[in-house]
Design a protein around this ligand. Structure first.
Ligand SMILES: C[S@@+](CC[C@H](N)C(=O)[O-])C[C@H]1O[C@@H](n2cnc3c(N)ncnc32)[C@H](O)[C@@H]1O
Length: 281
């Protein structure tokens, strides 16, 4: 069979969470009042339908029902972060747990090299869908780094063309919660070790410990709907923001609840969390 006609490999394990984010981005991209346009999100969702079992969908749909507004506000906030950081002199962008983030193919990044870190199965799925959609990187380069954030991502990045001497925009979007506090702190420590002065890191933060209770509630509404929530390990957790501030980063906080009105979409469900932009001193 022609390899290009073969179905893509399905994202395995925690990689399935990336499909839920793509579902929210695909829905948002269709709205007349959209906060961003991701032309590849629909391609990912359509490709996922061909390879994921129907038993996977309840969990994805439950996640989108619960977290749609958070997911799309986060996408817009981080789009702006990446564009600002690159305009401000960051010549590298690293997407940690890149999943089906298509920023390397849809944002104006002509002065930047983009590195995406995720698992081999996520890239097998993603790169096939992007190739089928005819996507082209918008930056100087786009490199897929197949690595485990709990183990070898810093070494794999160092083995690539990544240059720790250049200021870098680091994106940890929707990934730290899938790590334990120790693992998440290791990731931030490794990021710090690879960050030239002026580098920036963005992540979402909540001081509420443990999995989000609304995600846990999804388990009650549909069979299998708790699949994503059971993967959550808590990330930096309570005190994590202040810990980052003590690691050589200057921390700026944006309350998530402020962003609904800012983007023309007020929503009570945005209350409670924060976006942290940390700049390397
Ligand atoms: C919820 S998705 C978010 C994807 C992407 N950041 C976005 O916002 O579109 C989480 C991603 O983190 C990746 N991930 C989680 N744990 C990981 C680990 N230990 N090593 C590498 N990637 C990981 C998953 O494979 C998945 O693609």
């Amino acid at each position: 069979m022609d390899a290009s006609a073969a179905p893509p490999e399905a994202p395995a394990g925690v990689g399935i969470t990336a499909v839920a984010v793509a579902m929210a981005r695909a829905m948002e991209s269709r709205r007349a009042d959209r906060m961003f346009h991701d032309p590849y999100a629909r391609s990912f969702v359509d490709a996922a339908k061909t390879v994921l079992g129907t038993d996977e969908w309840p969990s994805l749909v439950a996640w989108v029902d619960l977290f749609y507004s958070r997911g799309v506000v986060r996408t817009r906030f981080i789009d702006d972060f990446v564009c600002d950081a690159v305009a401000g002199g960051c010549t590298q962008v690293v997407l940690l747990g890149a999943g089906l983030d298509a920023r390397a193919f849809r944002l104006p990044l002509s002065t930047a090299d983009v590195f995406e870190v995720d698992t081999p199965s996520v890239f097998a799925f993603k790169d096939k869908a992007l190739a089928d959609a005819g996507a082209r990187p918008t930056g100087r380069s786009r490199t897929a780094v197949r690595a485990d954030l709990r183990e070898d991502f810093a070494a794999r990045l160092a083995d690539s063309t990544f240059d720790p001497g250049r200021p870098t925009a680091w994106v940890a979007e929707g990934v730290l919660p899938y790590l334990t506090a120790d693992q998440a702190r290791h990731v931030v420590t490794d990021v710090g070790g690879l960050s030239a002065p002026g580098s920036r890191l963005v992540f979402e933060h909540s001081d509420r410990p443990g999995p989000d209770p609304r995600a846990a509630a999804a388990a009650l509404t549909a069979p299998g709907a708790d699949r994503i929530s059971t993967m959550v390990r808590g990330g930096l957790g309570s005190g994590g923001r202040d810990w980052v501030a003590g690691q050589g980063w200057s921390v700026a906080i944006t309350e998530r609840g402020e962003l609904g009105p800012r983007y023309g979409r007020p929503d009570d469900r945005l209350a409670g969390g924060q976006f942290i932009i940390a700049t390397r001193d």
